[in-house]
Ligand binder design. Structure first.
Ligand code: PMM
Length: 275
């Protein structure tokens, strides 16, 4: 990882989705090679970690068998690790998390926060990797129906606290845990904005936070309806700055350069406070 500047800024996690819709044209090898090349580009652009995922979790996405998920991600992880890239594995499957750990991944990023696979906490405890536990209520096909809250921030906080209690039972090292409110997962646009506006209430759980707002649907509402998702990168970068101001541990983004500009701006401004 690159040297951290004196002003604390969030880690940048570059997104590498190794799914057929991300790198579709070409055979299996070209697909893997292009994914590896993109991972190296993300690192060269300044990503501290490259987050490799082989199963789409977009609203409505259907599940991928773990063996197929592993076929997609493991060669990519092994190649990136051999190039000195820090890798996290974006998976809900304990078997994939373990295979990724064996291939050299240093972070397990689980959008289900341990709810999708009863073996996940055992793997996290045994591998002792960093563990990103995201707030989650159900799989992509059902999550739209699960977006009901009394107070979204209080409810997400309470549900994450329940997950933390379970992690302690399994002997997961608290120093390894990062929490994520799970923007867009069983959340409406209004829920996402409330979570972003009140991040400090989640910080009171006492764990570092990761924010994954990148290119999500709620940002699309700020621009023309038919604009490509890459046009959400400016909004994403601004959210990276807002997240930095709230002291988050990391931001997960598709476009690393725009978030780097936003975070450099934030760093310079923070330095300006020092006399
Ligand atoms: N969002 C997606 C996938 N993985 N992981 C974490 N920790 N937080 C997120 O918000 C998150 C994630 C879905 O976004 P994508 O399909 O654009 O990768």
């Amino acid at each position: 990882m690159r040297r951290r500047p004196q002003v604390p800024v969030p880690r940048v996690m570059g997104i590498l989705n190794v799914t057929p819709d991300s790198f579709s044209d070409g055979g299996q090898f070209e697909h893997v090679d292009r994914a590896i090349a993109h991972g190296i580009t993300l690192r060269n652009q300044g990503a501290d970690v490259v987050d490799v995922g082989g199963e789409s979790t977009r609203p409505g996405a259907v599940r991928v068998p773990p063996a197929q998920e592993q076929e997609r991600v493991i060669p990519v992880i092994a190649a990136l690790v051999s190039e000195g890239v820090s890798v996290s594995i974006d998976t809900m499957n304990a078997g994939t998390a373990l295979a990724a750990a064996q291939a050299g991944a240093s972070i397990i990023n689980d959008v289900s926060g341990g709810l999708a696979d009863p073996q996940m906490y055992r793997v996290v405890a045994e591998t002792d990797l960093h563990y990103i536990a995201m707030h989650w209520r159900g799989h992509s096909t059902e999550m739209a129906n699960l977006a009901t809250y009394d107070d979204v921030v209080a409810d997400v906080r309470a549900e994450l606290r329940d997950r933390l209690a379970e992690m302690m039972v399994w002997g997961i090292n608290p120093d390894r845990i990062v929490l994520d409110p799970g923007l867009g997962f069983a959340k409406s646009a209004r829920h996402n904005w409330s979570l972003l506006a009140r991040l400090e209430e989640l910080s009171t759980l006492g764990y570092p936070l990761l924010i994954g707002a990148s290119r999500k649907r709620f940002l699309g509402k700020l621009g023309p309806a038919d604009a490509p998702t890459s046009e959400r990168d400016l909004a994403t970068a601004i959210i990276s700055t807002i997240a930095a101001q709230q002291g988050v541990w990391g931001v997960r983004v598709h476009d690393v350069p725009s978030t780097q500009v936003a975070l450099s701006l934030y760093t310079e401004m923070q330095k300006g406070k020092k006399r």
